[in-house]
Design a protein around this ligand. Structure first.
Ligand code: GDP
Ligand code: MG
Length: 340
């Protein structure tokens, strides 16, 4: 494609403005194509994707962005389907995106290829997109963030990003949503299973799922334990104390209260400008992440650097060169290269 057209002249190719218009008119095929373009790693595609996003930017942001995380099997997909069906009855348009760290590592998927969202998939006002496979979690997360903007421009006013809680992905998702929802399940005994304190601190809402049948009592006990534990942590936002709710995603119990809480939170955050502030911070963090990634890529792609890597690595490994000196040699080679 015409890389020069984008990079050198800033002139937006006709097909990109047409694509933007079709996204805005909510053409499903175009939305899917736009996201495929965004996920492409080819430099010419990247340039086009950036133009597309610039074109769409004014139509984004009028949304509730929700992140849903939790350990595997806790019921994230079931919950998203149940909540999703609930909100589209209220005439919202929903998009569901996933950030799946496992897809970047193994090509496999922790979230499961067999998503449990068959009922949602059949709804015409719902757009569901699984995680792209990418080289780094950060890369996947940024493409997901861009996909989110495309969905917003297409009029999806609720975006849910699902991620499995296995470490860094929670932070990546928290950094792109307005409200981070952490799902847990009834714990056996008195331990709070599976959720680390650092992750709990990220949560704007904590939900104990599977509060049904034989698990109901245990769910309520777990709810109390989390309430107590949260009192010892700092709140994610100054004007908001992270609530702990119970629900049953499977039997569709307690979803009203979840939705009310999401709305309360959104109203509170919008009223005191906290939402705008959070999004401003996210945008700046995103910009720096892009800089970091681009620099890293350029560094790796530099032939002068590549020439030196093997030798320097060997010397650092066998102790004849200090790691800091090795890094400086690489950086010097790189800056010499980029000043040419
Ligand atoms: N009893 C009960 N089981 C549930 C509930 N939600 C999900 N499950 C079950 O838990 C298992 C994992 O659910 P899934 O949504 O795939 O979890 P995910 O890995 O977090 O996405 C499935 O067998 C679900 O049927 C619930 O509210 N109550
Ligand atoms: Mg799942």
């Amino acid at each position: 494609m015409r890389r020069e057209a984008g990079v050198l002249t800033n002139k937006v190719p006709k097909e990109i403005s047409e694509m933007a218009n079709k996204v805005r008119s909510s053409d499903r095929r175009t939305i899917a194509q736009a996201i495929t373009l965004i996920e492409s790693t080819r430099p010419d595609h990247r340039a086009l994707a950036e133009q597309l996003l610039s074109d769409l930017l004014d139509d984004t942001g009028k949304t509730i962005r929700l992140g849903v995380s939790g350990p595997p099997g806790v019921g994230k997909s079931t919950f998203i389907e149940t909540l999703g069906l609930y909100v589209i009855k209220k005439r919202h348009k929903l998009a569901v995106l996933t950030v799946d760290p496992s897809s970047t590592l193994s090509g496999g998927s922790v979230l499961g290829d067999k998503t449990r969202m068959e009922r949602l998939t059949r709804e015409s006002d719902v757009f569901i997109r699984p995680s792209p496979s990418g080289s780094t979690l950060g890369g996947v997360a940024r493409r997901t963030r861009e996909a989110m903007l495309v969905c917003e421009a297409a009029g999806h006013d609720i975006v849910i990003v699902e991620t499995v809680g296995v470490g860094q992905s929670e932070t990546a998702v928290r950094d792109m949503v307005d409200m981070f929802i952490l799902l847990t399940q009834p714990a056996g005994g008195d331990e709070l299973q599976g959720i680390k304190r650092g992750v709990m601190e990220l949560a704007d809402l904590l939900i104990v799922n599977k509060a049904d049948g034989e698990l109901l009592n245990a769910a309520q006990r777990t709810q109390t334990e989390y309430r107590n534990a949260l009192q010892l942590l700092r709140s994610a936002s100054p004007d908001w104390t992270t609530p702990v709710l119970t629900c049953s995603a499977l039997y569709e119990i307690g979803i009203d209260a979840v939705w009310d809480t999401i709305n309360d939170y959104h109203m509170m955050m919008s009223k005191n400008e906290a939402l705008q502030e959070r999004r401003r911070e996210q945008a700046i963090a995103w910009m720096w992440a892009e800089v970091r990634d681009a620099l890293n890529e350029q560094f790796r792609a530099s032939p002068v650097v590549a020439d030196k890597i093997e030798d320097l690595e060997t010397r650092v490994a066998n102790g004849s060169l200090a790691p800091v000196a090795g890094a400086q040699a690489l950086l010097a080679a790189f800056s010499g290269d980029t000043q040419l």
